[in-house]
Design a protein around this ligand. Structure first.
Ligand code: AFP
Length: 341
């Protein structure tokens, strides 16, 4: 029996161990970030369990409906929001929270306040819940400038100021992908241990991919560069093979595939939605942060996505993100448009 190999297989890198290892590189660190992250991880585990049970437990339903026991049912996205808000506030490390579910930002009360601002979409892709398609939580973390006097400006910062970003995908497995600004790592939940284990160390997106991912139903309203780009994907003129189209309609799942297999994910502007659909703070920024950390790019049609300075917490932006070379092509088409070519 190969005991050495067995010992290796049991030497699991849990997300807690990974984060503590990272923390030990900064002797001045007080461990606040590790504590915050452990609360986010707890929220992800809770939501994962709720998503897995949803069909059985009749958790799926309209908010405000009552179940047979006469209790009010909560829609999964409402429940997930409550879980994350409570987990983040109780960490004692947060200051301002911006959630897709809440119109206004939450300023954490003084006694529970810390130095971090968290922007998040607790359950993105929730229109896919009823048919069992993968959905996820997306988050980004900023440091507050002045913890005695936090203001909305602390979360209206360009994405390049984020300290960390990640998502948790609730799919055939539960996968948490995280970047603290030094590359991207993926962890898979081992349900028997209740622990996220490092399964995808140092994720690098392929330099060029064979897949494009977009809602082509909006094609009639696209601008010229987007239309030209998709045409090139389908009918390349340089002798290369056409790209495959894959579109789930759940950003976490579409971005996860793009990160692992390469290619490009697009949610462009169109005539009906001149700013696209996706939200800057908790969809565009965290995913752009992860893409760049994995060696890819993220572009809005006008600029590097992480340079954007949001003016409102629920602002939207067009986004093209993925493999370096693929995003380079769409950038060239927009540049040509500006020059009037
Ligand atoms: P829902 O949360 O309403 O399902 O929206 C999901 C989402 O915000 C994002 O996850 C998808 O990438 C995008 O919308 C899909 O939008 P279309 O349905 O317009 O393609």
């Amino acid at each position: 029996m190969d005991h050495e190999a067995d010992a290796y297989r049991t030497d699991l890198m849990t997300i807690t161990r990974f984060v503590l290892n990272e923390q030990s590189k900064y002797p001045e660190s007080r461990g606040d970030f590790s504590i915050l992250l452990s609360h986010i991880v707890l929220g992800c585990k809770f939501v994962c369990t709720a998503v897995n049970k949803a069909g059985l437990a009749k958790l799926i339903g309209l908010a405000g409906e009552t179940n047979v026991q006469g209790e009010e049912q909560k829609k999964l996205d409402v429940l997930s929001n409550e879980v994350f808000v409570k987990a983040l506030v109780s960490s004692g490390r947060t200051c301002i929270l911006v959630s897709e579910e809440d119109e206004e930002a939450t300023f954490v009360e003084h006694s529970k306040r810390g130095r971090y601002c968290v922007v998040f979409d607790p359950l993105d892709g929730s229109s896919n819940i009823d048919c069992g398609v993968s959905i996820g939580t997306i988050f980004g973390i900023y440091m507050v400038k002045d913890d005695h006097d936090p203001t909305l400006d602390d979360v209206l910062q360009p994405g390049k100021h984020m300290l960390a970003a990640g998502y948790c995908m609730y799919g055939s497995s539960c996968t948490l992908v995280l970047s603290t600004g030094e590359g991207v790592n993926g962890f898979t939940l081992d349900p028997s241990l209740g622990e996220f284990i490092l399964t995808h160390p140092d994720i690098k997106i392929p330099k060029k991919g064979k897949i494009y991912s977009v809602n082509e139903g909006n094609a009639k309203n696209w601008d010229a560069p987007t239309a030209k780009y998709v045409e090139k994907c389908k009918f390349p003129k340089d002798g290369s093979s056409p790209k495959s189209l894959r579109y789930i309609g759940s950003m976490v799942a579409d971005v996860h595939r793009t990160l692992l297999y390469g290619g490009i994910f697009l949610y462009p502007a169109d005539k009906k939605s001149p700013n696209g659909k996706l939200r800057v703070l908790y969809e565009v920024f965290p995913m752009s942060f992860l893409m760049e950390q994995a060696g890819g790019q993220a572009f809005t049609g006008k600029q590097r996505a992480l340079e954007l300075i949001p003016e409102k917490i629920h602002e939207r932006s067009p986004i093209f993100l993925g493999s370096y070379d693929d995003v380079e092509e769409i950038k060239a088409l927009y540049a040509a448009e500006v020059k009037g070519e």
